[in-house]
Design a protein around this ligand. Structure first.
Ligand code: BGC
Length: 318
């Protein structure tokens, strides 16, 4: 038995054929054109075409998979097949299941991308040995997925758990969700890049400039971590601010739920432990309200990298 999962990211669509043990046995990806004038139809066509290609190239047909699982970067309504909204894509009440099935007649399951990543990590990754975990994805946006007593918590309407939109800086910068000061605005890769660019402008000698070939638009999260590794003071200052805000979000989650584990996923989580995990643990554990209780929530890095979302989407109905 095979499953097929697709992860819709801010920059690309990644699909994978997944076996029952949660191993991706074939994969395919394409970039996403977020500016496409007819985004709804375009997206459904791209997703269906990825599915067809992946099946064809592996000598499979729609009869060999029970459904196509799709992880979307925003709230969705699996019951009615709707991709409701995305802070970072032009999506409002998209009838994703119907549009997809116009291209390919097969059941479609929808899930939030971070919830899918949480499911993937819980079944076959960093969450395997726990029964309560919260996954935080640090990518284009910030998403969270909550597993409680072995079950995904998605609220009364399936739209939870949007931890990226907890307010960590009241009155702060505007978020794609319409509020101000959300965790996502500061803890996403885009937030890190924005903070780095702001600080570089005050330090023309920063290593960040040479790593970015002198152009602000070339700054990436990876560059910020590299410059900090080389002890560039501006990059270190940016990371210090970044870890601080990340710690605020982790503390909100820990104080609210006290899960056994908080798992960090998404592109940023690929940074070295010395620059990300260790300072984050230090800043978070000491301020946890349950610091005198045992056991304590541990913070770890995701194990499946970018694959968690694909695997979780594939397992949405399994
Ligand atoms: C959305 C979440 C999503 C996250 C990562 C956020 O902006 O609100 O639903 O999980 O981005 O894509």
């Amino acid at each position: 038995m095979y499953y097929l999962g697709i992860d819709i990211g801010g920059t690309g669509l990644k699909a994978g054929l997944v076996d029952e043990a949660g191993t991706i046995i074939a994969r395919k990806s394409v970039p996403v054109d977020a500016k496409h004038p007819d985004f709804d139809h375009y997206l459904a066509e791209e997703l269906a075409s990825l599915t067809k290609q992946l099946l064809f190239e592996n000598d499979l047909s729609v009869n060999d998979i029970p459904y196509v699982g799709i992880g979307v970067p925003g709230p969705c309504d699996d019951k009615n097949g709707l991709f409701l909204f995305a802070p970072n894509l032009p999506v409002r009440n998209m009838e994703l299941r119907r549009l997809f099935q116009e291209q390919l007649d097969i059941p479609v399951r929808l899930g939030n991308d971070a919830n899918c990543a949480a499911l993937g990590e819980y079944r076959v990754g960093a969450g395997k040995q726990y029964s309560s975990m919260v996954l935080i994805t640090l990518g284009t946006g910030v998403g969270t997925g909550i597993i409680l007593d072995g079950k995904m918590w998605t609220g009364c309407n399936g739209v939870g758990a949007e931890g990226g939109h907890m307010v960590v800086r009241p009155g702060g910068l505007e978020c794609g969700c319409g509020r101000k000061g959300c965790f996502e605005v500061y803890a996403s890769a885009s937030g890190l890049i924005r903070m780095a660019v702001e600080q570089m402008r005050n330090d023309k000698d920063s290593l960040l400039w040479s790593l970015a070939d002198g152009a602000e638009e070339n700054v990436t999260g990876r560059i910020v971590f590299r410059a900090a590794e080389e002890k560039d003071p501006t990059a270190e200052k940016v990371l210090d601010e970044y870890i601080d805000v990340l710690s605020e979000g982790c503390l909100d989650i820990i104080n609210l739920l006290q899960p056994e584990v908080v798992v960090l996923g998404g592109g940023i989580s690929g940074a070295s432990d010395a620059l990300l995990l260790e300072p984050l643990r230090e800043r978070t554990y000491g301020r946890d309200m349950a610091k005198y209780s045992l056991p304590k929530t541990t913070i770890v890095k995701a194990e499946l990298g970018n694959d968690a979302g694909i695997i979780g989407a594939a397992f949405l109905g399994a």
